[in-house]
Design a binder for this molecule. Structure first.
Ligand code: ADP
Ligand code: ADP
Length: 236
């Protein structure tokens, strides 16, 4: 069952004249199944971030449609879309985007505060996510007191607090060394396997993409090819 469907997405940035404009996406169609773990790969400037932003409702396409769980994003009002994104989608960024003035636990709980969840519920959810990602010992620390890998696992935990249907991640390993990258990709594998969450990430890290079940290659704003892996990743 597709959870996300994009149909002939075109994105043109800037200016009405052809010379001034950048055609960042040139007719991208894509279907992602529920519980799938997908990487979008491509060279710098190929349109990866633009595509991710459009699929997740951060940005609007010039033409084409995106629907998630059967709801077309363009048919929602701004308020409906904001609520939909908060409740159904989770986001992870290259820069982690944690708040330095809050502890790890408070950072994880932030989306639940916005949803006005009870203190007990927030506490128990933060603890269970910290267990899942092995960051229990960092809960009362501040982001600058923990490693980059722990910061990224905090960010992944925060993205999961409202049990989103889809996690979108933009270069999640971009600021991590290879060991921390492996840990973060294993956390995504856990989310997909244990929580049946759909994960869609953008990367130019081949090692990160090797964890995904499907890799879509994008070049000059168009899908060039894609591969679907049979069976699980082999370790040597
Ligand atoms: P990638 O993520 O693959 O590096 P991007 O989606 O960031 O690619 O960019 C695709 C193209 O669109 C590039 O030529 C980039 O310069 C251009 N672009 C991206 N965002 C904007 C913007 N906000 N305004 C104008 N051009 C943009
Ligand atoms: P990435 O490589 O992760 O896609 P970029 O450096 O391409 O990051 O883009 C960072 C931000 O700058 C994005 O939000 C993108 O939309 C914006 N951007 C990229 N290219 C341009 C551009 N030519 N004009 C305006 N904004 C741009």
């Amino acid at each position: 069952m597709p959870i996300l469907e994009a149909n002939t997405i075109v994105k043109v940035y800037g200016g009405s004249s052809e010379e001034g404009a950048t055609r960042a996406l040139d007719g991208v169609s894509l279907s992602v199944n529920e519980g799938e773990f997908v990487a979008i790969m491509g060279p710098s400037g190929s349109g990866k971030t633009t595509l991710l932003n459009i699929l997740s409702g951060i940005d609007k396409p010039t033409s084409g449609t995106v629907s998630i769980r059967g709801t077309e994003l363009s048919e929602m009002t701004g308020d409906e879309l904001a609520l939909f994104r908060r409740r159904q989608l989770g986001f992870v960024f290259q820069e982690f985007n944690l708040l330095d003035s809050l502890t790890v636990k408070e950072n994880i709980m932030l989306p639940m505060v916005l949803e006005k969840k009870s203190a007990a519920e927030m506490e128990s959810k933060a603890k269970s996510l910290a267990d899942l990602f092995d960051i229990q010992s960092t809960l009362d620390k501040y982001p600058y007191q923990i490693s980059g890998g722990q910061q990224q696992r905090t960010a992944v935990s925060r993205a999961l607090t409202n049990d989103p249907a889809i996690i979108f991640a933009d270069e999640p390993t971009g600021n991590l060394d290879s060991k921390a990258s492996a840990v973060i990709m294993e956390s995504f594998e856990k989310i997909v396997a244990q929580l049946a969450t759909t994960v869609l990430l953008v990367t130019h890290d081949v090692f990160a993409a090797s964890y995904c079940q499907k890799v879509v290659f994008i070049k000059d704003g168009m899908i060039h090819s894609s591969i679907v892996k049979k069976g699980s990743r082999k370790e040597f």
